[in-house]
Structure formats: structure tokens, C-alpha cells
Design a protein around this ligand. Structure first.
Ligand code: 5AD
Length: 330
């Protein structure tokens, strides 16, 4: 459904009526994508990053971050375990770590495709040739948040990066036939409701297949440590408005939401979300991929957290998706 910018801003601002908004988003979710919740197994395979985004705990200049990089065979093994647990999508996420060159990534992708899963990449900005090779190796989807469409804010928070270039990467990914996921953070220092409304209109215009909304959570070892973080509520309202604007896309209940409230993801599933991306990274690495503090699930065990999560989802009267859970345009 099309909303004007003024209508979007009014919905984002209306705390008093947010329960109505959540209910409406929940109904639209049910009519358009049904009661299935799709689980994606998320592997955070390297926290080494060449970028220096002011908000991010794994920014290059954070000397306190303990860096790790899983070897390709370890990534493949983790993916096999996740597929054995029943995940039908594997999401591979990392900092922008160029050790994973085209050849290494293509090897990992083609091996993981043997496990009968959809493969999603979330490894940032790469060349067209890389995106093309990854697609040919079998990658199905790509996630890359635009973070904000306020270019001034973007360039302040992501020094040395170019908003235009990031946007062009999203277009390349789309053109190559990936399912395209993007999204934003809400509550960035200096971000306004109007700016968030612009973000939602941008995501609609881009005809994305999925989009995640995360509340900004200040990390103590970053230049934004003293800033105020966002509340779960505004993130949920943003997500609910997005469901109204984009009725049939896949929307994750994000980990950042869960980090602000122990039931944040369940609240999101009742306000328009239909996807959860549990972390399936094993052992010590889980704690080290610290984009923001208090990241939910950092000290859980993948198989255990999957069954706990499945129980919670069933108790909401929802079901667990059994297929790839691709975006189906209506
Ligand atoms: N708070 C919330 N989300 C964050 N991200 C990075 N740092 C933070 C933070 N401090 C999000 C960005 C990125 C995604 C992987 O994590 O949106 O795209």
C-alpha cells in the first residue's frame, strides 16, 4: 500500500496508537505471507573489516575487538551442521574482509549449495565481477543495508565510504538476479522521523525482497559510545509501517531488537515480521562478532537456541517454514 511521506511520519510519531499499527501490520503479514516463520541460520565467519563505520563494534580502528576469521572449511562445516538442524537458508555474514577473495567465496558457496539450502551473502561492497561470480557459484540472495538514505548522515557515520557507491552495489546485485535484502538502522544520532520516512520510501522504490530494521545500540568502544540509543518501540513502528507499504516482502525480527528486550523478536513477529535469523556460529566466535553490546544469544548453543526459538514461535500460533522461504511477489 502506498503511503505519503506525511502519513508515514504521522504513524512513526504516534506512540499512543502503536498497538493499532502493530495489529494492522500483523493482519497484512498474515494475509500476504501467511503464518509461516522462516528461520535462516546465520554464520558470522569473520569480524575483520576494512571499514570504519562510527557506530559499529567491528570497525577497523576498534583496537579492543578481538579479531577472528574462520577458515573456509570451518564455514562449510558450520553450514552443514545448520542444514542438519533443519535450516533451509544459510546466511554468511562478515566484515569486509578481503581474505575471502572471489575464489575462496565461490568455493564456500558451491560447497554449501550441496546441502540443499538457499545461500544468502552479507559481506558488503564488492566488485561487479565478484557479485557475478558469487551468483554463478550458486548464491541466491544478498543482504546489504543502506543504513540511512540521508547522505549527509551516511557520510558522517561511514567515513571513506560513498552512499552512491553502496546504492550502485544494490542495483548490481538486483540486476544479477539475486533476491535483494536491505534495511536501515533507526535512532542514529541526528536521524529524524522524516529521514526514516525517506528510507522507507527508498526501500519501496527499490522493490526489495526483504528488509531488516535495527535499532541503533551504542557500542562502548566506538566514537558513538556516548550517544543515546534507540528504543525498541520506534524500531517496531518503523518495521510495522514497512509491512504496510511492502505487504509481501520478507521481514526479519532482528537480533538488535532482541538485544533491547528479551522478547523483542517475538514482539516483532506480532507486528509484521515473518523471518528470524538465529546465529549458528559455534564456540568462541559467537561472542566476538560484537557489532553492538549485549547482542542477544551470544552465549547460547545453536541447536538449543533453535529449539527454544521454535517453541516460542509455535506458542504464538505460528508455524516454522519448511521450504526456502523465498520472496513471492503478489
Ligand atoms: N547498533 C545496531 N546495529 C548495528 N549495526 C552495526 N552496528 C550497529 C549498532 N551499533 C548493523 C548495521 C549493519 C548490520 C550488520 O548491523 O545496520 O548493516
Amino acid at each position: 500500500m502506498d503511503l505519503t511521506k506525511a502519513e508515514i511520519i504521522a504513524l512513526l510519531a504516534d506512540e499512543a496508537n502503536e498497538q493499532n499499527l502493530f495489529k494492522k501490520a500483523d493482519e497484512i503479514r498474515r494475509k500476504n505471507v501467511g503464518d509461516e516463520v522462516h528461520l535462516r541460520g546465520l554464520i558470522e565467519f569473520s569480524n575483520i573489516c576494512r571499514n570504519n563505520c562510527l557506530y559499529c563494534g567491528i570497525r577497523k580502528d576498534n583496537k579492543h575487538a578481538c579479531r577472528y576469521r574462520m577458515e573456509p572449511e570451518e564455514v562449510i562445516r558450520t553450514a552443514r551442521n545448520a542444514a542438519d538442524m533443519g535450516f533451509k537458508t544459510i546466511v554468511m555474514q562478515s566484515g569486509e574482509d578481503m581474505y575471502y577473495n572471489q575464489e575462496r567465496m565461490c568455493h564456500i558457496i558451491s560447497e554449501i549449495k550441496k546441502f540443499d539450502v538457499a545461500v544468502t551473502l552479507s559481506i558488503g561492497e564488492r566488485s561487479y565481477a565478484d557479485y557475478k561470480a558469487f551468483r554463478e557459484a550458486g548464491a541466491d540472495r544478498y543482504l546489504m543495508r543502506i543504513e540511512t538514505t540521508d547522505k549527509e548522515l551516511y557520510h558522517r557515520l561511514d567515513p571513506q565510504m560513498s552512499w552512491q557507491h553502496r546504492y550502485e552495489c544494490l542495483l548490481m546485485i538486483k540486476e544479477l538476479g539475486y533476491e535483494l535484502g536491505s534495511g536501515i538502522m533507526v535512532g542514529l544520532p541526528g536521524q529524524t522521523l522524516e529521514s526514516i520516512a525517506n528510507d522507507l520510501l527508498f526501500l519501496q522504490e527499490l522493490e526489495i525482497d526483504m528488509a531488516g530494521i535495527g535499532p541503533f545500540i551504542p557500542h562502548p568502544d566506538t566514537p558513538l559510545s556516548k550517544e543515546k540509543g534507540e528504543t525498541l518501540e520506534l524500531a517496531l513502528r518503523t518495521m510495522a509501517v514497512m509491512r504496510i507499504m511492502l505487504p509481501d516482502i520478507n521481514i526479519p525480527a532482528t537480533t538488535a531488537m532482541e538485544s533491547l528486550h528479551p522478547d523483542g523478536r517475538m514482539a516483532a513477529l506480532r507486528a509484521g515480521a515473518n523471518v528470524v535469523m538465529p546465529n549458528v556460529t559455534e564456540g568462541e566466535y559467537r561472542r566476538l562478532y560484537e557489532l553492538y553490546p549485549g547482542k542477544a544469544g551470544a552465549d547460547e548453543i545453536p541447536a538449543h537456541s533453535r529449539s527454544m526459538l521454535a517453541q516460542k514461535i509455535l506458542s504464538l500460533g505460528r508455524t516454522i517454514g519448511t521450504d526456502y522461504g523465498s520472496h513471492i511477489r503478489k
